[in-house]
Design a protein around this ligand. Structure first.
Ligand SMILES: [Zn+2]
Length: 476
């Protein structure tokens, strides 16, 4: 992955803010997990089925925690230890706030399909909340949205979106899926949902997760934006706290924060089909409902897409409550349940970083995470477009309008339809690249059979002495 180098940013190392360590505690039973939670630890990741939970522990309590859980181990990565070893920019191999500004401005400048970052609101401390749009589709085409850094100590999600934007724009016109996606969808990206805290966490590193609104109701340490969305806000205290000092403090009321309010109003205005709200870490793919662990009416879609999207990376998927514990007031529940139009199919990927800053000076890990998530991004877009009935359309017409054909195909969804008009007799066949007939679809909407492997095919239509051939691609 290309890295924007920011020269002149070799900074002195101030005292580490929010000094804390991650400790991984094995769990054999659900009651082990309950005990850990009841001790008041801040759980940062984990899986009941895999039998582990990570907690963030203040430096002062590290020894005590390790003594309490003899099987536990200290995760070796800590920002303050790593920073002096790296000179790759603001945040090592992650893109810091200034790196992001440079990257997105340059991408827009050098590519007609990328809009200049545009503000949809203002953060608590007065920073622009920006989105970027990438598309070559006609106006009014469906929107798909990707966000990152709602939690400011999770830069791995931002890396994935930088890689994604770079891949889409670089591969347009040569990669089938990149071309299809940008020809048919408006891809929206919010690289940094919570910019105040991301700036706070840089350059010396930090573990600020919430926003920087320290004012209400007491001089606390911010509000957890991913507990502040309005659908079933404050449903209960599972994974969402009324205590201002908690890392999961949900705020005084739903959408109390300018960051969530501006974002949800803007999302309602673009009405995306769905997307990913990126977080880290742990290698998970979560879908709603989070607040009470009940399935949504789209459960089978969420599940089958998740199964397909995680084939490459092996992420554990399911509802939050199935994997670890219920949460309320998060962005995927809002996206699905509370938007003012039809439900948006959003997931929360938890990128498989090693702790929050695990890829800071590990190019192998960051590139692996980006590639694994790029695959999910591609499939999600293709599935959403397929669900919306969007395909490439080509048409042909013979002399005298004796015979017209329309080919509608979406490479991944494997839906192809054709209609014949104005011909007394016509036949249509599907041929492989060797010219062998592999299928003879009947008129109307036709689903490409399961046994048709990925590859390039031809659709040939014949009527009397006339014929026409159209090329299409199948991707499994
Ligand atoms: Zn998060």
């Amino acid at each position: 992955m290309r890295k924007v180098l920011v020269l002149g940013l070799v900074l002195a190392l101030p005292a580490v803010m929010n000094a804390g360590r991650l400790i991984r505690i094995p769990m054999n039973t659900d009651s082990d997990f309950t005990l850990v939670r009841d001790m008041g630890y801040e759980v940062t990741a984990g899986s009941r089925s895999a039998g582990w939970v990570d907690v963030m522990v203040n430096q002062r309590f590290v020894d005590e925690t390790l003594a309490r859980y003899p099987e536990a181990k200290l995760l070796p990565l800590e920002w303050s230890e790593l920073l002096p070893e790296t000179d790759n920019g603001e945040m090592g191999y992650y893109y810091g706030p200034n790196d992001n500004a440079l990257f997105w401005a340059e991408l827009a400048e050098t590519n007609d399909m990328v809009d200049t970052p545009t503000s949809y609101g203002t953060s608590f401390q007065g920073r622009d909340l920006n989105f970027v749009r990438i598309t070559n589709a006609p106006a009014g085409s469906p929107a798909i949205l990707f966000t990152a850094l709602t939690h400011a100590r999770e830069p791995g999600g931002n890396s994935v979106l930088i890689d994604w934007a770079q891949w889409l724009t670089t591969e347009y016109d040569s990669d089938t899926m990149a071309t299809f996606i940008l020809n048919n969808a408006q891809i929206y990206i919010i690289p940094i949902v919570n910019p105040d805290s991301y700036v706070y966490n840089s350059p010396s590193g930090g573990n600020q997760r919430k926003n920087m609104n320290y004012t209400v109701p007491v001089a606390s340490s911010g509000i957890d934006l991913n507990r502040n969305y309005s659908y079933q806000w404050g449903y209960d205290d599972s994974g969402s706290s009324p205590n201002p000092y908690s890392e999961t403090y949900r705020g005084e009321f739903a959408l109390s924060e300018v960051e969530t309010l501006a974002e949800t109003q803007w999302i309602d205005s673009i009405q995306p089909l769905g997307g990913f709200h990126y977080h880290t870490y742990g290698g998970k793919l979560l879908y709603p409902y989070g607040y009470n662990n009940s399935p949504t009416p789209h459960q089978s879609t969420f599940q089958s897409w998740a199964s397909q999207m995680t084939e490459l990376n092996g992420y554990e998927y399911g509802r939050c409550g199935e994997i670890l514990y219920d949460v309320n007031g998060d962005a995927v529940d809002w996206s699905y349940g509370a938007s003012t139009h039809s439900p948006m199919l959003f997931y929360t990927p938890e990128v498989d970083d090693y702790g929050f800053w695990g890829s800071q000076n590990d190019t192998t890990l960051i590139v692996t995470n980006n590639l694994e998530c790029r695959y999910m991004n591609k499939l999600l877009c293709m599935n959403l477009l397929s669900m919306a009935g969007i395909g490439e359309e080509t048409s042909a017409q013979f002399d005298g309008a004796a015979f017209g054909i329309t080919l509608q195909s979406n490479p991944v969804s494997a839906v192809l339809g054709y209609t014949v008009t104005g011909a007394s007799s016509a036949s249509v066949s599907i041929l492989d690249v060797a010219g062998r007939v592999v299928a003879t679809p009947s008129e109307g909407s036709w689903v490409i059979p399961e046994n048709l492997q990925s590859g390039v095919y031809f659709l040939r239509a014949e009527s009397g002495s006339h014929s026409t051939t159209e090329l299409f691609t199948v991707l499994r």
